[in-house]
Design a protein around this ligand. Sequence first.
Ligand SMILES: Nc1nc2c(ncn2[C@@H]2O[C@H](COP(=O)(O)OP(=O)(O)OP(=O)(O)O)[C@@H](O)[C@H]2O)c(=O)[nH]1
Ligand SMILES: [Mg+2]
Length: 318
Amino acid sequence: MGEKKGFFSRLVSGLTKTRDNIVSGMDSIFHGFSHIDDDFYEELEETLIMGDLGVHTTIEIIEELKEKVKEQHIKEPIECRELLIDSIKKQMDVGETAYEFENRQSVVFVIGVNGVGKTTTIGKLAGKFHAQGKKVILGAADTFRAAAGEQLKEWANRAQVEMIGGQEGSDPAAVVYDAVAAAKARKADILLCDTAGRLHNKKNLMEELKKINRVIDREYPDAYRETLVVLDATTGQNALAQAKEFNEVTDITGVVLTKMDGTAKGGIAVAIQSELGIPVKYIGVGESIDDLQKFNADEFVNALFYTNDKKEYTEDEE
Ligand SMILES: Nc1nc2c(ncn2[C@@H]2O[C@H](COP(=O)(O)OP(=O)(O)OP(=O)(O)O)[C@@H](O)[C@H]2O)c(=O)[nH]1
Ligand SMILES: [Mg+2]
């Protein structure tokens, strides 16, 4: 697997556009203002909102900055940089980021609207777990289109794992049933289930997920459950809205933010984490099998802000 390049350096190159969008704007404010005044705060606020950090999050960050500036009698705008970075990190902290499912016998559901990158993400996860020596099975519970199963099959081959599928139009819960049976028979570590992308009919989706959950409750009660919602980072605030909607339908345990390689909207990671309290667990940084990285809020913020001072971090290899 191509994990030779560290997480941090991958992140730095993947976040160029986000950095240009948020950080350059912020830095020109820090350098352009000679005093800390209302205009200064307003411009900062605007930059953060434009950078997709979300209104709620931005307001909290700015409030906290104002307090610190008062407390610490700060006069120079540039001194706010460090304080702001700390506030953003604090906003993103949702406690211990859970990757427990990776090390347990688990069933992972991957949900999300059309085209966000669900199937691709499953392929990447399968490749990663297989490379770690885990036994992985894919369940092609997206039976909506025949092509969906074929696409997942290609990923299964690439990742060298087994896939269980069904006929086009067949009941996704039946596919899950078969996939669970296979996972038990092969003593699999992780069963990754693809699903059809749709949210337009919330009630149907809810019913379908309930039915699938019942199958797992009955057939595989000891399995650890993980439900990952995949969001396309390029859609910015829409991604946040989708996360909210899916969260109403089911218990989401994590977010995968894809297409971080080509977007200026990576700031949405901050908004998701702080506004919904759902941890972003992985980010997709390209279309190939090794283009998936574990997400770490601290490293993410560092990668955004400290491009010229790498002493600040430790290269993190899994
Ligand atoms: N650049 C980039 N492209 C990605 C990433 N993840 C997925 N894609 C691309 O996004 C497109 C859609 O990916 P799929 O995995 O088919 O998305 P999906 O959610 O399964 O789509 P449906 O099954 O149609 O709902 C493909 O062209 C992928 O190659 C990523 O992290 N970066
Ligand atoms: Mg798909």
